[in-house]
Design a protein around this ligand. Structure first.
Ligand code: ASP
Length: 451
């Protein structure tokens, strides 16, 4: 039994809905379908979710919201009519939006409810379309599917007891179409995951029903070893472990939502990334474990990089002997509500890498002052415009010379290394460089490991 999740580009217009319909029809094992809101039809287009957020904000600000309202309904009308489905579906969507406008909700709850209209409508349209193809399909609201969430400033989190309820969905026959991206709290309030969160719903359903496979349909044939906008036709990855995928998506691979794999990972459900526009391509399998690749001496599966980091550099003579230094340092970050990404350290110094979005100019100064005064540090400086590059691959820990190959490649590209860190899991090696060298660095690393 398979759970198939279709992303926004797979449902951007009626033609895409038809492709999705064929894919579902082709394989009777595809029992649970999770959908995103319609995505962009072309580069200059808008995602439905962005339009809904614009509508929500304009409505709340008592601004002119009509144009968003019309654009949203027009897009759904076009999809519904081109699929030859009943206009009642559009009336239903319109009533849904009207009911959100009239409901007695906080601004935040109203925005969440607006945001969910995209996924909810996609699911209703797809299930009607599948019925028109003669498939026994039903729309299932996340509340009925058992997705119970708790609010969290970083996006909703699943309540653990949800899985037992989701497991019961196995009893249902026919195809179940479930909207991604949202669920309900125990009190019955609608709440959404962070952006891109339909992937999370897909993985939750796959884990909950104990699927044999979780298929994630997107618009690429596979996961590539490096971002194709940096290297033309990069090597396709056939098989990846969860840990490798996690490291790659953390460092800028946008195929997957960062945390999305976790539910599937916990239950060891294999994941397959596939292309809605080319469903016969094999895709990329993501599994708990894989046999080491002995075909060559290269265990690197991918290279990823992301800009937008800063580091806080702290030095103090004999830091290594001062008991509690680390705790006090991290307590200051905690007080200032800053989360950190990595913290490579030396005998007398430590660098704490944080995302730029975590550290405003004002916070920077407060943190510097506190570290200087409370910890009596010798130096505290901020290093800005950093990018992190990761080379990722299981088996790196057993392979000699990986760091050398990488640092030589960076040297060849005339990229100065600000820091280097081999994660404790040894699935990845991280290089901190100045952001302006990111493309040069990735190209050179790709040549060194893949060509
Ligand atoms: N529609 C939502 C977004 O654009 C969720 C998703 O597509 O996964 O973020």
């Amino acid at each position: 039994m398979k759970v198939a999740k279709f992303g926004g580009s797979s449902l951007a217009n009626a033609e895409q809905f038809r492709k999705v319909g064929n894919i579902i029809k082709e394989d009777k094992d595809r029992k649970f379908i999770v959908v995103s809101a319609p995505g962009k039809r072309h580069d200059l287009d808008y995602k439905m979710t962005d339009l809904l957020i614009d509508l929500a904000e304009a409505y709340i600000e008592k601004d002119k919201y009509k144009s968003y309202y019309i654009t949203i309904l027009d897009r759904f009308t076009k999809i519904v009519s081109e699929l030859g489905l009943s206009e009642d579906l559009v009336t239903d969507i319109e009533n849904h939006i009207q009911s959100i406008m009239q409901a007695d909700l906080s601004d935040e709850a109203r925005i969440d409810s607006f945001k969910a209209v995209g996924e909810d409508s996609s699911a209703k349209i797809l299930s009607a379309y599948l019925q028109s193809l003669g498939i026994k399909a039903t729309y299932t609201n996340p509340k009925d599917a058992g997705i119970t969430l708790r609010n969290d400033p970083h996006g909703a989190q699943l309540e653990d007891d949800s899985y037992a309820k989701i497991y019961q969905l196995r009893k249902q026959d026919g195809v179940m179409v479930i909207p991604g991206f949202f669920g309900y709290t125990k009190e019955g309030a609608l709440t959404t995951f962070s952006r891109g969160g339909s992937d999370i719903t897909g993985a939750i359903i796959a884990a909950g029903v104990q699927a044999d496979l979780y298929e994630n349909f997107t618009d690429v044939d596979s996961v590539y070893s490096v971002n194709p906008s940096i290297i033309e036709n990069p090597k396709e990855i056939q098989i990846l472990t969860y840990r490798e995928m996690r490291e790659l998506s953390y460092a800028g691979f946008s195929v997957f939502h960062d945390e999305a794999l976790y539910p599937a990972f916990q239950e060891k459900i294999p994941v397959c990334i596939k292309n809605t526009n080319n469903p016969s391509a094999e895709g990329t399998m993501i599994v708990a474990e894989k046999a080491p690749d002995t075909s060559n001496n290269n265990c690197v599966v991918g290279i990823a990089g992301d800009a937008g980091f800063k580091s806080i550099y702290v030095s103090k003579f004999l830091m290594n002997r001062e008991i509690g230094f680390g705790r006090k340092l991290f307590a200051i970050l905690e007080d200032e509500d800053v989360s950190f990404e990595h913290a490579p350290s030396g005998i007398d110094d430590i660098s704490i890498i944080v995302r730029e979005s975590q550290l405003s100019k004002e916070k920077e100064q407060v943190i510097i002052d506190r570290i200087e005064n409370e910890l009596e540090a010798d130096t505290v400086t901020i290093n800005r415009d950093l990018a992190l590059i990761m080379i990722v691959g299981e088996g790196m820990k057993e392979t000699i010379g990986m760091a050398q190959t990488a640092t030589n490649a960076l040297g060849d590209a005339k990229v100065n290394l600000e820091m280097i860190n081999q994660g404790s899991s040894e699935v990845s090696m991280m290089f901190g460089i100045k952001s302006n060298g990111i493309h040069r660095a990735i190209k050179s690393l790709y040549r060194a490991f893949f060509e």
